[in-house]
Design a binder for this molecule. Structure first.
Ligand SMILES: [Zn+2]
Length: 456
């Protein structure tokens, strides 16, 4: 009997050829002219899933770029259902003149495949399809129930996906999600990505006099720009701690184990400074940079405006002043509560002579942290260790991934990073490439992990 290992080995050339074929479809979701190509890429995925032996495959309309669904559900009701996620749309290829070979004419050079989407995420999302094909061909069945969710709008922020998933949550229901749109720590070191930050966003609008005034009146009225500056200054202490009352109340303290995990992941402070173009770090006292970045909430002014900004001088006291803020949140903070705390703070600290309103925005997201005792953590960690020959580094991200929010909100399922992209592979830039050895490691990793999820 052939094993899945030998099946993968025997079909190596074909899989590379298939990735080439997939990359040749210019499925740029951001560009109107490529709408049919995104659909064509979806159809390519449909037929590829079918030829792998997946059932109930369909291209589902979303109101925007489509989603591809497929499943194989014969492992039995006592076995878990794993949803595998990826995306078949790509970033625009511009600037074209910086590509060494045309973006949609893939080439192989030194063990790398160059082309738009080769790494993000066409190479990634092909690996689980290849894996189920190898398992079905050599074992006649899959160890667990498997569903697929491949979307065509990730690179434009998945505008229709949250509603789509909510509407089809029965169909996509699963015990957990594996994301092929995931990262490695570096070319040969895997990564366990366990946490993402949430987001709260709001503006503060300050109004002083009913209209702009001549600055000759400056001795007798409050200046809204100055009042806004003073107000903002009350929101954070000089040492970097956020001064909004109650802001940290819901933040979960880091455990000793988490602090240890963080310190085990390599970090070069000097290189980080150079990368950021800064001379000094600044942040909340009592925490390392890692801890601040991965596990502590933030408050940032993203823009401030008002008054005269043209050439020369204008002797004016402006009527209004504005600022935009975002907070990156950690478990168990809630964006609505944070905005409410800001409101209370602003009401208490608004300088005399102006009014200040806090305007909340719909750009918000819940923080995300996979429970440390989730049984899949061990399974994912073991498979990555075996495939890469080295243990994964733990990581969290200071930003957010909207799709994981949707899977959590609509399906109640946690998403595990199980993709093969390395940050140096020019994602979203000219000369994107994927390393063939990771494309192949990914195929093995998916075969292995589906076996490990099987309940005996
Ligand atoms: Zn991606």
């Amino acid at each position: 009997m052939t094993t899945w290992q030998s099946f993968l080995e025997k079909n190596r050339e074909r899989y590379i050829e298939e990735l080439f074929e997939f990359v040749r479809i210019p499925s740029v979701s951001a560009m109107k002219v490529h709408i049919p190509d995104v659909k064509r890429a979806g159809e390519w995925v449909v037929s590829r899933l079918e030829s792998a032996g997946i059932e109930h495959v369909e291209l589902m309309p979303t109101g925007g770029h489509p989603v591809v669904y497929g499943d194989w559900l014969h492992a039995g009701e006592d076995q878990p259902t794993i949803l595998i996620y990826g995306h078949f749309d790509v970033q625009p290829p511009d600037p074209l003149d910086l590509w060494e070979s045309p973006p949609f004419e893939p080439v192989m050079k030194n063990g790398r495949i160059y082309g738009r989407g080769a790494s993000d995420d066409k190479g990634g999302m092909l690996t689980p399809i290849i894996a189920v094909e190898a398992l079905l061909n050599t074992e006649g069945k899959l160890p667990v129930n498997v569903k697929f969710c491949f979307e065509g709008q990730e690179e434009i922020g998945s505008p229709q996906i949250p509603d789509f998933l909510e509407k089809h949550k029965e169909k996509f229901a699963a015990d957990l999600v594996l994301s092929s749109d995931g990262l490695l720590w570096s070319a040969d070191v895997p990564m366990m990505l366990t946490g993402l930050k949430g987001l709260a966003s709001f503006e503060i609008h300050v109004t002083g006099p009913e209209q702009d005034l001549h600055s000759g009146l400056g001795g007798v009225v409050q200046n809204p720009l100055e009042a806004l500056s003073r107000l903002i200054a009350t929101m954070r202490h000089d040492d970097g701690q956020i001064a909004i009352e109650g802001f940290y109340d819901d933040v979960r303290d880091l455990t000793e184990e988490e602090r240890h995990q963080f310190s085990e992941s390599p970090y070069d402070e000097e290189a980080h400074k150079t990368q950021l173009g800064i001379k000094e770090f600044f942040g909340e006292p009592g925490f390392t940079n890692r801890e601040r970045n991965w596990a502590r909430p933030t408050l940032d002014i993203n823009g401030m405006w008002g008054g005269y900004q043209g050439d020369g001088t204008k002797t004016v006291i402006p009527s209004k002043a504005y600022a935009k803020f975002t907070c990156r949140l950690v478990v168990d903070q809630h964006p609505d509560k944070i905005v409410e705390l800001v409101r209370q703070h602003v009401a208490k600290h608004t300088p005399v002579g102006v009014t200040a309103v806090v305007v909340s925005s719909n750009d918000k997201g819940m923080p995300y942290l996979i429970p440390s005792d989730h049984p899949a953590n061990n399974i994912v960690g073991q498979v990555l260790t075996e495939v890469f020959g080295t243990e994964p580094h733990f990581a969290r991200v200071g930003g957010s991934i909207p799709i994981t929010d949707s899977f959590r909100a609509s399906l109640g399922a946690w998403t595990f990073n199980f993709g093969w992209t390395v940050m140096d592979e020019n994602l979203h830039a000219p000369n994107e490439f994927v390393r063939v050895r990771n494309f192949e490691r990914g195929q093995r990793a998916y075969c292995m992990i589906l076996h490990r999820f099987k309940k005996e």
